[in-house]
Design a binder for this molecule. Structure first.
Ligand SMILES: Nc1nc2c(ncn2[C@@H]2O[C@H](COP(=O)(O)OP(=O)(O)O)[C@@H](O)[C@H]2O)c(=O)[nH]1
Ligand SMILES: [Mg+2]
Length: 246
């Protein structure tokens, strides 16, 4: 099955982890630990084709610039996330966008702009049109306002980026064929993160999560891991058939 490497980028606290977890596991993360960096795998059908998404939820971008370069090099599609309640988080994305284009050597990179926390209408500081304008400046219509809390447009942003990768691949199918192997090549950054994988069906999607115990850094890491893990242990009991691989 074709694998798609999607990197989630954006300022701390905008909801990168919450979006990744909502999409891959169907739950809302209430807790906030800026040091957590995870990858998640989820199998989805996009236009009738089964696709395996490997989602890299990045963290600590300020501290680990070299790592971010590696993520971008290895990533095929990018979710650039800001919060509609935090104008500076939108402004920061311009730098990230430029970095992605520079590292990829092109401006036609599969990118989706996501304005998260749209459920917090009373706290909004970024108008829809302002971000839409930025997306147009980047040459894309792929802009959504999302809510990891309510689930609004969460699936759409991931499916959109997969479709963009597919379009780009079919445009340059022969030259790119060898670079998109279905097997997963570990990156040097993997030793700094843990991965989630388990088979289940949530909301009509086949999902895949894997847990191992490496963490980027930070004293809260272990607490964050056990919180996340115990949630899935509970889910496993409820779901009955959920297979958890440690
Ligand atoms: N109301 C609301 N809160 C959110 C949403 N997404 C994330 N949050 C909260 O915002 C905080 C930061 O989210 P997190 O995913 O950890 O941000 P990250 O640093 O970008 O990974 C957490 O307390 C989340 O519960 C959302 O869509 N709506
Ligand atoms: Mg996070």
């Amino acid at each position: 099955m074709r694998e798609y490497k999607v990197v989630v980028l954006g300022a701390g606290g905008v909801g990168k982890s919450a979006l990744s977890v909502q999409f891959s596991q169907g739950i809302f993360l209430d807790s906030y630990d800026p040091t957590i960096e995870d990858s998640y795998c989820k199998q989805v059908d996009v236009d009738g084709r089964p696709c395996m998404l490997e989602i890299l939820d990045t963290a600590g971008v300020e501290q680990f610039t070299a790592m971010r370069e590696l993520y971008i090099k290895n990533g095929q599609g990018f979710l650039l996330v800001y919060s509609v309640t935090d104008r500076s988080s939108l402004l920061e994305l311009s730098k990230l966008y430029e970095q992605v284009c520079r590292i990829k050597g092109t401006t036609t990179v599969p990118i989706v702009l996501a304005g998260n926390k749209c459920d917090l209408a009373h706290a909004r500081t970024v108008p829809f049109q302002e971000a839409k304008h930025l997306a147009h400046k980047w040459g894309t219509n792929s802009f959504y306002e999302t809510s990891a809390r309510t689930g609004v447009h969460v699936n759409d942003i991931f499916v959109d980026v997969v479709r963009q990768i597919q379009r780009r691949d079919s445009a340059s199918s022969s030259s790119n064929a060898s670079t998109h192997s279905a097997s997963r090549v570990p990156t040097p950054t993997e030793k700094h993160r843990h991965t989630h994988s388990a088979a289940s069906t949530i909301g009509g999607y086949e999902t895949d999560r894997r847990w191992s115990s490496k963490r980027s850094s930070g004293k809260h890491s272990e607490a964050g891991l056990s919180t996340t893990y115990s949630k899935h242990k509970q889910k496993k009991k409820k779901a009955g058939g959920l297979c958890v691989i440690l």
